[in-house]
Design a binder for this molecule. Structure first.
Ligand SMILES: [Zn+2]
Length: 240
């Protein structure tokens, strides 16, 4: 028999999970109706709890487990939300909105005295940077190559550049910003279906389907921009 992660104690699992999170990251143990945020080196805060007995029980259970493992749990400002009878897609949308609200109202510039909220940064000027390839194992222990990207955003107060994880950027920036992308030579806007139909019915038809590279500049596109139907605007080259 192979030894797997599942044989570890709950304490060891919690420790591994929480210590691997960055400060500011959200943790939502699946199916528990709880949203935690890591707020310090050994401290998490319960942000949201669903109003049902399962969430209440999980809250107690996890609280004991985390205390045993040496994690402080702040619980003095918990938002209690009603558990609604939603379809899975509605539920997902709602959860996503809640995560976005938390991120937008709490994630801050990393300069200690600055404290400017990330949501106040010029997120539309973000720069996507390809950092290289990495190898990860999936659940069947198969090795896969993955691309590592960072999204650089600049603090409007202290000018510090912060490198965000793409998923964190997507959460705080929202769908609209994720639909547009600027390469050195063109502005690309991903189109939804009704717009694609409208454009194809018109005479202009100025749309392309993206591959891995920008056809105007040759720049590598981040994964979320690939395989999309986009409208484009070529940018004036910035020569003298
Ligand atoms: Zn700052």
């Amino acid at each position: 028999m192979r030894s797997t992660k599942h044989e570890e104690t709950p304490e060891a699992q919690i420790e591994m999970l929480l210590s691997s999170l960055a400060v500011g990251a959200l943790w939502e143990p699946s199916g528990n109706g709880l949203t935690y945020m890591k707020v310090g080196e050994r401290e998490v805060e319960l942000m949201v709890q669903q109003q049902n007995s399962q969430a209440a029980q999980s809250r107690i259970h996890l609280g004991i487990l985390m205390a045993k493992t040496g994690w402080q749990v702040k619980e003095d400002n918990v938002q209690i939300v009603e558990a609604e009878n939603l379809s899975p897609p509605q539920h997902y949308m709602k959860e996503q909105m809640r995560r976005q609200e938390i991120a937008q109202s709490t994630w801050k510039c990393q300069t200690p005295e600055c404290g400017c909220l990330l949501s106040a940064f010029a997120l539309d000027k973000a720069e996507w940077v390809f950092l290289g390839q990495d190898k990860v194992d999936d659940e069947e222990d198969q090795e896969h190559e993955v691309e590592i990207w960072a999204v650089n955003v600049v603090c409007p107060v202290c000018d510090t550049t912060i490198a965000m994880e793409p998923l964190e950027y997507a959460l705080i920036a929202g769908d609209d910003l994720m639909m547009s992308y600027r390469t050195p030579a063109a502005q690309l806007e991903a189109l939804d279906r009704p717009t694609i139909i409208k454009v194809m019915d018109s005479d202009s038809r100025e749309i392309i389907i993206t591959g891995s590279f920008c056809p105007f500049s040759g720049a590598l596109l981040p994964p979320h921009v690939r395989g999309a139907v986009v409208s484009f605007k070529e940018l004036e080259s910035e020569e003298e």
